[in-house]
Design a protein around this ligand. Structure first.
Ligand code: SAH
Length: 368
């Protein structure tokens, strides 16, 4: 290995845990309470320029400027729709890009973040599944998505009330539980009360079902869980979500039943993409209800968004309605995400398909 010269690129402070930040400051000869001050400037005030951190001594600020940066990812494209939805294409130092989307609603605003560039899961209906995994995102790259959204929304210092960014979903590109360490590190920073302060109750992690990591995720992070279920038999789920061969439905649902912190007040979301003639029959709706018995659950029916060459079509409106009625009659709320208008962007997992991107772009590029 080649040793890097000591004064190589300055180190990014975004993405360091409190302990790591404290260690960096101790190495500069600073007292422990400085960590809290610096944390406040970076994550509560959103300040990236050390010179502007006026509660810190001048020589300390100079030392920080020499060694460190507070660096967000670059934005290679920013778009805003007439309904206020914003989409950023972020570019990292190695040129890789991911999308991050903010969806404003009446009483909340949700940010959809990515956890990997590409994905290894090869789910048959998912466009990202046709790309190979390029790499995991690092903790700074995940935290950076939230910082950048806060910048664009003008939400510094982190407001306690009336936020435009209230909720966070890990439903962008990638499988968050296959990048658990970086995701967990990033979420701990994002949840910290003296910083970005997005509570675990407002964060939802979506997984295709990496069973061994589900318990750990609940115990260590306590965030809401969403499961990309999409089928009610192993035979079909093996095909749609190949990860099912490793962790079949019974094991997945057992992990859901014992998910730490789930309750009627904190339900697990089951995502179910509606595919014509594949998984959209009333019999499957009834089987779904049976499978979920005993789990505090809600069901999100997602109309399939086709992409060029996709081997499926979206279920008909009637089939989706009938399916939804059965799920609803069994006592589960089952909102349908309409693949149109603003909701096309709200279902951020859907933004991955080219055709959707095109349709979204038409709207995004419409005059404001
Ligand atoms: N890997 C994680 C998170 C990313 S996918 C997971 O599988 O949950 C986020 C959501 O978008 C998932 O429920 C996924 O199944 C869904 N999705 C992906 N492609 C889609 C498409 N073309 N149409 C509708 N939903 C899709």
């Amino acid at each position: 290995m080649v040793a890097l010269p000591e004064n190589s690129a300055p180190k990014n402070l975004i993405g360091l845990s409190r302990e790591e930040l404290a260690a960096e400051l101790a190495a500069l000869g600073q007292k422990p309470f400085r960590t809290r001050q610096l944390w406040h400037w970076i994550y509560h005030r959103g300040i990236g320029d050390f010179a502007a951190m006026t509660t810190l001594a001048k020589d300390f600020r100079a030392a920080l400027t020499e060694k460190f940066v507070v660096a967000r990812p670059a934005t290679s494209r920013a778009q805003r729709s007439e309904d206020g939805t914003q989409k950023w294409l972020l570019r990292f130092a190695d040129g890789q890009e991911v999308e991050c989307v903010h969806i404003p609603e009446e009483d909340r605003g949700t940010l959809c973040v990515s956890s990997q560039v590409g994905c290894t899961l090869t789910c048959k209906f998912c466009h990202t599944g046709t790309q190979r995994l390029v790499r995991n995102l690092s903790a700074p790259e995940i935290v950076g998505q939230v910082m950048l959204a806060r910048d664009a929304l003008g939400e510094w210092p982190s407001p306690q009330d009336d936020r435009q960014l209230t909720n966070l979903v890990l439903m962008g590109m990638g499988e968050p539980l296959y990048n658990y360490d970086n995701v967990a590190k990033a979420l701990k920073i994002i949840m910290d009360h003296e910083g970005l302060s997005i509570s675990k109750r407002k964060i939802t992690l979506s997984t295709a079902g990496v069973v061994p990591m589900i318990e750990r995720c609940g115990a260590e992070l306590g965030v809401n869980l969403a499961i990309s279920l999409h089928a009610v038999t192993d035979e079909l789920r093996d095909q749609l979500v190949p990860l099912n061969k490793k962790y079949p439905i019974a094991e997945l649902l057992a992990a859901c039943r014992s998910y730490p912190g789930s309750s009627n007040a904190r339900r697990i979301t089951f995502e179910y993409v509606m595919l014509k003639g594949v998984n959209d029959s009333p019999a499957e709706a009834r089987a779904l209800v049976k499978l979920l018995a005993g789990i505090p659950a809600k069901v999100n029916l997602i109309p399939f968004n086709a992409w060029p060459g996709a081997p499926f079509e979206c279920a008909s409106d009637e089939a989706i309605q009938a399916f939804s009625d059965i799920v609803f009659a069994a006592g589960y709320s089952s909102p349908v995400r309409t693949p149109r208008g603003r909701d096309i962007l709200a279902a951020c997992g859907q933004l991955k398909s080219d055709s959707v991107k095109l349709r979204a772009r038409e709207r995004l590029e419409a005059p404001l």
